[in-house]
Structures are given as C-alpha cells and as structure tokens.
Design a protein around this ligand. Structure first.
Ligand code: HEM
Length: 277
C-alpha cells in the first residue's frame, strides 16, 4: 500500500470514482470488467497464446486504416482507380495508410492461420471449447472473405480479373453456387453494381460480422478459460483419469453382458481415488 491509497483524495479522483460508481450501480460494468479481465490462467501460458490477441489487434488496425481510406475512396467504376492513385500519391501519409491496410490484411490472414494451427496442435478445440472453435472458424471464413472483397476495390486489371476468376469458381459450385455468384456480382454480369456490392460487403457486412463474432469468441474464452498446454502435468493426469474411467465403463458394460471382464495381459484399472494426485 502506498501513501496514495491512504492519503486524502483530490477532487478529480473523487469525481472520477463517483462517476464510475454511478455507472456501475446502474449497469454492473465494474463486475463485468472484473469478470472479463481478472481471471486465473493456466500455469505455463506462453507466447503461443498471444496469437489470438495479435489477430484481434490487426483487425483493430484494419478498421482504423479502413476508415481513413473510406474518406477518400470513391466506389464508382469511373473514379475508383483514380481515387486509389489520389490516396497513394497526393493525400498526406496516404501511401502509408494504404500500405498498412494492404499489408495488414495479409498479416491478419497469416496470424489467424497460425492461431488456428496452435489451437489445433494443442487440441484446444476439444470439450468444452467446441463453440470457441466454431466461432473461430466463422471468423476465419470472414477474414478470408474480407481479403477477397477488398481486392476488387482497387479496380485495376489485376483486381478485376482475379475477382472474375474467384466469383466464377464460386458460381460453378453445385446447387447454391449460381445463386451465390449472382449475389456477389449483383446480377448476371460484372459491372458498376458489383463494385458497390463488394464495397458494402467489405465496409459494412463483414466488419460487423467479425466484430460480433470476436465478441462471441471472447465470451466463450472468458467463460471457459484458455486451455492448458499439452505438456501440463495436470492436463495429462486429467486425460489419464478420463481414459481410465472410459475403460472402466467399457468393462462394466462387458461384464453386464456376461462376456470377458479383463482382456488378457491388460493391467487392472485402479480405482479413481488411487490415481496419483
Ligand atoms: C479474427 C480471428 C480470430 C481472433 C481475433 C481470435 C481471438 C482469440 C483470442 C484473443 C483467444 C485467446 C488467446 C489465445 O489463445 O490466443 C483465442 C482463443 C481461441 N481461438 Fe481464436 N481468434 C480468431 C480466430 C480463430 C480461429 C480461426 C479458430 C479456429 C477455427 C479459433 C479458435 C480458438 C480456440 C479454440 C481458442 C481457445 C484456445 C485455448 O483455450 O487454448 N480462433 N482466440
């Protein structure tokens, strides 16, 4: 404890505390923030578990740089490319913001894949974190779709033809493909409406979806906690206990059915209480 904690409080601190108490009294925000931020994390938590936050930080950066770009970008087939040139060559720091947005998109995709790889290799998708994985999978899909829709906005030859190929591949999928193709193109042909459609999906639909699913993902992470590393002794012990219980249940089923109780050469399973702590 420092003298700051026991000395008289200044008017600014007093007012601040009164405002926080007022809001907390009505919204419970302090309890919520404590639930979200102050939790125990497993022993052995390492840099590997920072990849999810890195993906989230990159999304934040994409949102900020995207807002700046949207102030100058014109989603019209006659002016789109010219507005991109204007941002790059004439807007103060425009080249930097555009570069950050472009490289940030690639970085986000790479980091999301690394994060997913880490989760997969650690087996962190297993019970009880299935829904954390499912919300993550939706985030992966939306992150990739963000890349596709953003690519067209430059409206140069490369962007145009690359998107034509991607949409044609999508449209060739059975049953739903042609409908999805029409939705993406905003009709049967590529044209001005396609650009507006991609712009709206890129600017509004997907960022809204990603923000919503990050919220859900974080809710599950906070509620279920992050998993222990695969080399954690406690985790190995729990997994061994579960395996023992499964085998015991299988033998009981077999003995009830009047068949062999213990397969030859297999050690007798210790009772749960005998398993080393
Ligand atoms: C925009 C994309 C994503 C963001 C912002 C994000 C964010 C996070 C954060 C902050 C964490 C907690 C810290 C950590 O373990 O790194 C986490 C954990 C987790 N994420 Fe993601 N994630 C994303 C994509 C994904 C994807 C693509 C998957 C799998 C398909 C996934 C599945 C999980 C799972 C299962 C956990 C729990 C890991 C554990 O308990 O150890 N996430 N995510």
């Amino acid at each position: 404890m420092t003298t700051k904690d026991i000395g008289p409080k200044g008017p600014v601190v007093k007012t601040g505390e009164a405002v926080v108490d007022y809001v907390d009294d009505r919204s419970g925000v302090k309890t919520g923030a404590r639930w979200f931020l102050f939790r125990n994390i497993p022993k052995g938590t390492s840099w590997f578990q920072t990849l999810g936050f890195t993906a989230m930080a990159l999304f934040g950066l994409q949102a900020i740089t995207g807002i700046v770009l949207a102030m100058y970008y014109k989603p019209d087939t006659n002016t789109a490319f010219r507005s991109i040139e204007y941002i790059t060559d004439e807007v103060t720091w425009g080249w930097l913001v555009r570069g950050m947005h472009k490289w940030g998109a690639s970085a986000m995709i790479v980091v999301v894949f690394l994060h997913m790889g880490r989760v997969f290799i650690w087996g962190a998708y297993k019970y009880p974190r299935e829904l954390t994985w499912v919300t993550g999978a939706v985030l992966l899909f939306m992150t990739m779709f963000m890349g596709l829709t953003g690519y067209l906005l430059v409206w140069d030859q490369k962007a145009y033809w690359a998107t034509v190929v991607a949409v044609n591949i999508t449209a060739s999928a059975p049953i739903l493909g042609p409908y999805v193709g029409d939705i993406l193109r905003a009709g049967p042909e590529f044209g001005p409406n396609t650009l507006s459609r991609f712009y709206s999906i890129h600017m509004l639909v997907i960022p809204g979806g990603i923000a919503t699913f990050i919220g859900l993902h974080l809710y599950f992470i906070t509620r279920l906690g992050i998993s222990e590393p695969p080399w954690s002794k406690r985790r190995l012990r729990i997994e061994r206990d579960e395996e023992d219980a499964r085998r015991r249940a299988a033998r009981e089923r077999q003995s009830l059915a009047g068949r062999t109780v213990v397969p030859a050469g297999e050690p007798a399973v210790p009772a749960r209480a005998e398993v080393a702590e």
